[in-house]
Design a protein around this ligand. Structure first.
Ligand SMILES: Cc1cc2nc3c(=O)[nH]c(=O)nc-3n(C[C@H](O)[C@H](O)[C@H](O)COP(=O)(O)O)c2cc1C
Length: 309
């Protein structure tokens, strides 16, 4: 039965290099789709918001969900690689008729060739797929920043710019902090606010509502958001201002944010519990702390936690 032989050849080529690489990629794609089916990941992961961003931007294929791009790339690469392995290079065949196993150089050449063809196919297909996704996916964060910058320019023209701040979650992937800072600067944001509420539920939480979903604010957020603030300060390297938020309820905590790198602080939850007089208390306390530590003014304390760390 010739078609049984074809299936066997395809199977054996799939498990040989270089096709094996695409077979593994296909398996990963299949896992991503399975995870998305059970709701563990979002299938519409936008390539332009993720790790693939820098690689995909020059290719102009960032308007299609990464899951789909990876699947199309793996499928196309696998298909080309299997065909070439069987017909051009004589991969080991199930019937023993092969011209011999693929040489190392042949396998590398074939793998690169298949990847190039697959990439070309993805680039050809993605503008067509983008027509579907342009109406169904939310704009990427970068696209959003671009639109905000354009709108501000259109509204204010040559007038002094309206300041715009980018606010980040404390749950941000720390490996992405450099990129966030760079993009905030690229799109003319005037400062980064660190941070919004957290989706984490620290083990220290007690009380009957501690398992509730949504953003957590106030004291349990202080440590985490201050740590992330310090990471942003490090990445910003003085090139963009930072505003510290998250769990500030005292002068000591406002001071800690400033020393971690905040040029200004924001209070939210503590105002609910302690009332507006808290602001005057914090200001007086900050002045005293700056003086005690030998700073001429509170501005000199910005980012100094790093000096003592
Ligand atoms: C009920 C509630 C509503 C919030 N709404 C917003 C909002 O609309 N926009 C925003 O940027 N942050 C919002 N936040 C986040 C706060 O501005 C602040 O970043 C966060 O609560 C951490 O500060 P805190 O610990 O001092 O509350 C909200 C927080 C809470 C608790």
């Amino acid at each position: 039965m010739w078609h049984l032989e074809v299936v066997k050849d395809v199977l054996s080529a799939s498990l040989e290099l270089p096709t094996l690489v695409f077979t593994v990629l296909l398996a990963i794609s299949a896992c991503m789709w399975l995870l998305s089916l059970v709701g563990a990941i979002d299938v519409e992961i936008d390539a332009s918001d993720g790790l693939l961003d820098d690689a995909l931007e020059p290719l102009d294929i960032t308007d299609v969900p990464a899951t789909i791009l990876i699947t199309v790339f793996s499928l196309a690469g696998w298909f080309v690689s299997v065909l070439a392995s069987i017909f051009l290079l004589g991969a080991p065949r199930s019937d023993g008729d092969s011209a011999g196993p693929i040489s190392v150089i042949g396998a590398i050449g074939l793998g690169i060739g298949a990847a190039v063809v697959a990439l070309g196919f993805v680039m050809w297909l993605s503008p067509r797929l983008a027509l579907i996704f342009v109406t169904t996916t939310a704009p990427s964060k970068r696209e959003l920043l671009g639109r905000i910058a354009e709108t501000r320019a259109a509204l204010t023209g040559d007038e002094p710019s309206v300041p715009i701040f980018l606010k980040v979650a404390p749950d941000v992937d720390v490996t992405q902090i450099d990129r966030i800072v760079e993009q905030a600067r690229t799109y003319g944001m005037n400062a980064i606010i660190v941070s919004n509420t957290t989706l984490d539920r620290p083990e220290t939480l007690q009380g009957e509502h501690c398992g509730e979903g949504g953003g957590l604010s106030g004291q349990p957020l202080f440590e985490k958001s201050t740590k992330i603030l310090a990471e942003f300060f490090d990445a910003a390297d003085g090139k963009i201002d930072l505003i510290g938020v998250g769990g500030i309820g005292s002068g000591a905590q406002a001071y800690a944010k400033i020393r971690a790198g905040a040029k200004a602080v924001q209070l939210y939850s503590a105002l609910v519990y302690k009332g507006p007089q808290l602001v005057a208390e914090i200001c007086a306390d900050l002045e005293a702390r700056a003086k005690a530590d030998g700073f001429k003014n509170i501005g000199d304390a910005v980012g100094t936690a790093l000096d003592t760390a």
